[in-house]
Ligand binder design. Sequence first.
Ligand code: HEM
Length: 413
Amino acid sequence: LQLKNTHINYGATAKFFHWAVALLVIGLLALGTYMTWIEFSPFKLELYGIHKSFGTLVFILALLRVVWRWVNPKPEALQTHKKWEKKLAHYTHILLYVFLFAMPLSGWLMTSAAAFPHHFFGFFNVPALTGKDESLFKLMRNVHELSSYGLAAIIALHFAGAMKHHIMDRDLTLKRMMPQRPMLLLAVLLFVCTGLVVANNYNAAQNATADNANAVVVREDAPVQSNEVAVQENAAGAVPAWEIIKEDSNVSFTATVQGTAFDGGFERFDGEIQFDPENLAASRADIKIDLASVKSGSSERDEYMVAPAWFNTESFPESQFLATEFQKIDENQYVAVGDLRIKDTSMPVSLPFTLTIETDEAGNNIANMQGELTIERLDYGLGEGQWGDLSTVANEVLIRVSVKARQVEGAGI
Ligand code: HEM
């Protein structure tokens, strides 16, 4: 077996790189087109994961191929090739390499800029090349799409050239690149690809199980429908009311897709708070969140989140946290107990939080509150139908509430 090239022939290594990359790239062009065309679903996300892994594999093979080309003699063009043919072939090969690198690099940058998951067949996380940047994401998505047309056109030209030499000129151009046992190469590639796809799915399932096992869920009992929720009336007292200072407050969350966490938040929310650390029994908070104001740094993902399978904002525009019971557990540490309603489901939850109250220069009492709790999205019907599959989107969602509020009325504290 001749591994290295000679001045007249390609060795087995160059042939392997050529055909492995060719088959993978053609497969990726087809997979990329198909996966972007189908509807949003866990299957689509799975295909994206597989596409990214194989795309990264092509990048590695392309790098190795360039190194191999560099340390090896390049077989000379056949004597029978005309001058224009040599020139055209030369530029075609340069463009093939340009697109071969442009495709995975733009893909990698696109995924990095969107902070989307990128695991190499589930074996390890591929590091992001940049921070989150939606305009870079959009730019790289266009580059990726346009390069895919360029690559397909250049492959077609390359293929046409090979066919011309083989069928019309009947020379050795194609024959000297053919592997000695093409069927063996095909079988090995198919076997390796199937193994990698299986490993990808196996690792995804393992990660999902680990995610679920690690989660700490602060909640109680079974879900109750919202119309059955009894709103507890507190003893009315002179409890101060607080006005939320919106620009210094936020409601955010962390969810996990394909083992990678992403953060989101809500731009619009409001609430009525009556709170007195000395009169917890009469304290109460009613926070309402406009779910359509969700922002996660990806406008595309935001659109999916408001769709019927998730928040379904058309039917359920608002989510509500109604806290009717407060407990002090330590200095500045409290727990708010109440009901969290999302869509048509209301569940009892406990929100542990820290609270400090200070007086600002104008003499106003300013409260700073920070708390977080984990919910299980399926309890609230978040992710209906095939989205119930927890290996794609983890069940646990961490919710963080950070509120700065000014006391507006009631007894001084
Ligand atoms: C040689 C390697 C690659 C080829 C031939 C390829 C090909 C394609 C094609 C044809 C599309 C469909 C384009 C469209 O119509 O929008 C696509 C989409 C995509 N590719 Fe690749 N790709 C490669 C590598 C990668 C890599 C390494 C990544 C990420 C790490 C990646 C991520 C993506 C993503 C996220 C999309 C979907 C874009 C969207 O949603 O519009 N690709 N790819």
